[in-house]
Design a protein around this ligand. Structure first.
Ligand SMILES: [Fe+2]
Length: 256
């Protein structure tokens, strides 16, 4: 039934990724999507993890009263997969302390990838929830992926639209065979650094919450990459309160 709802053209689909417990941003995005007539919702993982409001984010998504498909992200997975925190991961301890067994069971039941209504959903890249798709990490930092890289990574995926997240950077690219790869950007965290597989900086360069609206039109898919203002000061204060001034800085500015 859900697959049918997703293939029937009845208003845009709101595509959200990397909410990371930011309920201030999530509320603003859901309100914006509603004003744009969105009738269906897709989330692409990394819903709860971080020093903000993991419980609020999970409860809002679990309680949503509209057709929705959710997949798991790598940082949802570590919440139920790991029995003990990796040393130094204070956000793992914080996030786990806010969620009970029912929330963890709900996260553990999410599929890591899904094909629905002509769309292929994954968190990072197909088969790899910790790898980017539209970006490539090099020893010199983050670079946009080449079309050859996309073709290679999407071998065997037959859908015309591939939705991915994980890099927190909004983007859209077409493969050689004409498939559309769309990353809606991150709802909840606009900048971070990572050391794997090489040090790299990710920053969307403004604090707005990002998401995408997707609608099938007569001449193809219409894609709107949205940037929504919200109360990022409250989110940043929560990050400060929970010991993550780096998150607070990123939330306030969108820069590292
Ligand atoms: Fe992720």
């Amino acid at each position: 039934m859900l697959a049918g709802m997703f293939s029937t053209p009845s208003g845009p689909i709101a595509v959200l990724a990397d909410i990371h417990g930011n309920t201030w941003a999530l509320d603003a995005v859901l309100a914006h999507a509603s004003t744009q007539g969105a009738t269906r919702l897709i989330t692409l993982g990394d819903l709860a993890y971080g020093p903000l409001d993991p419980l609020g984010a999970v409860e809002r998504i679990m309680a949503l009263d509209l057709p929705a498909v959710h997949i798991s992200g790598n940082e949802d997975r570590v919440l139920w997969e790991s029995l003990e925190p990796v040393e130094g991961h204070t956000s793992w301890v914080f996030t786990r302390s806010k969620l009970d067994d029912s929330h963890l069971a709900w996260l553990a039941n999410l599929l890591s990838e899904q094909s629905i209504g002509g769309l292929f959903l994954c968190h990072g890249a197909p088969g790899h929830d910790t790898e980017y798709l539209l970006e490539t990490v090099t020893p010199q930092g983050l670079r946009p992926s080449t079309r050859e890289h996309l073709d290679q990574r999407l071998k065997g995926i037959g859908e015309d639209v591939i939705l991915c997240g994980h890099s927190h950077l909004p983007g859209i690219a077409q493969t050689t065979r004409g498939a559309l790869v769309i990353n809606p950007g991150s709802v909840g965290l606009q900048a971070y650094t990572d050391d794997v597989p090489h040090f790299h900086v990710v920053q969307s360069k403004s604090p707005h919450a990002r998401y995408a609206l997707l609608e099938r039109g007569d001449s193809g898919w219409n894609v709107s990459l949205e940037a929504v203002p919200y109360d990022w000061e409250s989110a940043a204060r929560a990050a400060d309160l929970n010991g993550r001034p780096d998150w607070a800085r990123a939330l306030r500015s969108g820069w590292i």
